[in-house]
Write a protein that binds this ligand. Structure first.
Ligand code: PEP
Ligand code: MN
Length: 360
C-alpha cells in the first residue's frame, strides 16, 4: 500500500516538473508575442483571442476536471502571461533607476541639484511687488541661496482669493533675479504659457493641483527648461513617478521632484509630510527630490526639525517660503517666515551640519 502511494507521488512529481517546464515554455512564447505586438503597435490584451482559446480547451476537455474548473485554471495562466508582458513594459520607465543607475544632476546656473550637496529654494508664496521680492532676494543672496521662488500664477482654492500678478509677476522675478545673480523658480498653470515661461524663468514649477494635468506635463516636457514637479495632495508615489515620466518621455530630462505633504485626517498640520516618500523615490528613481517644509507643515514652529529630517532622509534639497512681512502677505500668511526667522533657520541648519551654503 505504501509502495503504491510512493509510486503515485513520484508520478505526480514528474507531472509537476513537466507542467512547470511547459508553463515556462508557454511564458517564453508569450514574451515573443509581446515583442511582435510592440513592433506592430498592437494592443497586448486580446479578449477575442482569449475567449477562442478557452472555448477550444473546454471542447477538448475530457475530465475529470469540469469545464468551469478548466476555464478558471487557464484564465489564471492567461492573466499571469499578460502580467509578464506588462512587467516588461514597466521596466522601461525612463525615470526608473532600472533605466539609469546614476543620479540625474540638474544644473540651474551655478547650482547643481542632486550632486550630493543640499539645495535650498526660497522666496515668497506670491510675488506681490518688486520691493517685496527684492528684500527677500537680498536675504537669500546673503545666506548663499541661489534659487528664488515666487508665484506669479497662483492656483488658489477660492476664486475670490488673490490670483497672482501673472506675467507682471514673472517680469519682477526676472528683473530682481538678474540684479542679484539668482535663478527663478515659478509655477506655470497653463500649457499655452510655456513659451512665456521660457522667457522669464529658470525652473518651471508644476504645482500639486496640476500634477496630473497631462497636457501641462506634456507641454513642460516639450521645453528644455528644468521642471520642479510637486506631488499631488492625493497622489501615490507611483502616480507621482508616472507624472514625471510624462515630462521625461517628451525629451525634457531635467526634472526635480518635490514632496509637499499629502492629505490625511490630521488637522494640526496643513498636510501630512510623507517622509518615507523621500528614500522610496530615491531608491526607485534617479531624479533629485526636494521637500517643501512650508506647505507640508503649514506652520512655522516645526519647519526646522522637518527640514533636518528631510535632508537626513536623503532629500537633495528643501523648499521654504520667506516673506518680508508675513502678516500682510496676500497668500499663505500663516506659514511664511520673515527674513529674521529665515536667517536663524539657515544659521541653525548650517550649525547642525545640514547645509554648507556660504554666507556672502
Ligand atoms: C507653491 O509652492 O507655491 C504651491 C502652491 O504649493 P503646492 O502646489 O504644493 O500646493
Ligand atoms: Mn504658498
Amino acid at each position: 500500500m505504501s509502495n503504491k502511494l510512493e509510486e503515485l507521488r513520484q508520478q505526480l512529481d514528474e507531472i509537476n516538473g513537466k507542467l512547470l517546464e511547459l508553463m515556462n515554455q508557454r511564458a517564453a512564447v508569450v514574451q515573443q508575442i509581446g515583442e511582435v505586438k510592440k513592433q506592430q503597435g498592437v494592443n497586448k490584451y486580446d479578449p477575442v483571442r482569449e475567449q477562442d482559446m478557452l472555448n477550444r480547451l473546454v471542447q477538448a476537455n475530457t475530465g475529470p476536471f469540469d469545464d468551469g474548473t478548466i476555464r478558471h485554471l487557464f484564465k489564471q495562466i492567461f492573466k499571469a502571461s499578460l502580467d509578464l508582458q506588462q512587467q516588461d513594459q514597466k521596466k522601461v520607465l525612463l525615470v526608473s533607476r532600472k533605466r539609469q543607475t546614476e543620479d540625474t544632476v540638474v544644473q540651474v546656473g551655478e547650482e547643481a541639484v542632486g550632486n550630493g550637496s543640499s539645495t535650498v529654494i526660497a522666496g515668497p508664496c506670491s510675488v506681490e511687488s518688486e520691493e517685496q521680492v527684492r528684500q527677500v532676494a537680498h536675504a537669500l543672496k546673503q545666506q548663499g541661496v541661489r534659487l528664488l521662488r515666487g508665484g506669479a500664477f497662483k492656483p488658489r482654492t477660492s476664486p475670490y482669493d488673490f490670483q497672482g500678478l501673472g506675467e507682471e509677476g514673472l517680469k519682477i522675478l526676472r528683473k530682481v533675479a538678474d540684479e542679484t545673480g539668482l535663478k527663478v523658480v515659478s509655477e506655470i498653470v497653463n500649457p499655452a504659457d510655456m513659451e512665456l515661461a521660457e522667457q522669464y524663468v529658470d525652473v518651471i514649477q508644476i504645482g500639486a493641483r496640476n500634477m496630473q494635468n497631462f497636457e501641462l506635463l506634456k507641454a513642460a516636457g516639450s521645453t528644455r527648461t528644468p521642471v520642479l514637479l510637486k506631488r499631488g495632495m492625493s497622489a501615490t508615489v507611483e502616480e507621482f513617478l508616472f507624472a514625471a515620466e510624462y515630462i521625461v518621455s517628451r525629451g525634457n530630462t531635467q526634472v526635480m521632484l518635490c514632496e509637499r505633504g499629502i492629505r490625511t485626517y490630521e488637522k494640526w498640520t496643513r498636510n501630512t509630510l510623507d517622509i518615507s516618500a523621500v528614500p522610496l523615490i530615491k531608491q526607485e528613481s534617479h531624479l533629485p527630490v526636494f521637500v517643501d517644509v512650508t506647505h507640508s507643515t503649514g506652520r512655522r514652529d516645526i519647519q526646522l526639525p522637518v527640514a533636518k529630517a528631510a535632508l537626513a532622509a536623503g532629500a537633495d534639497g528643501i523648499m521654504l517660503e520667506v516673506h518680508p512681512n508675513p502678516a500682510v502677505a496676500l497668500s499663505d500668511s500663516n506659514q511664511q517666515i520673515d527674513i529674521e526667522q529665515f536667517n536663524k533657520f539657515m544659521q541653525e541648519m548650517r550649525r547642525a551640519g545640514f547645509l554648507n551654503q556660504e554666507l556672502v
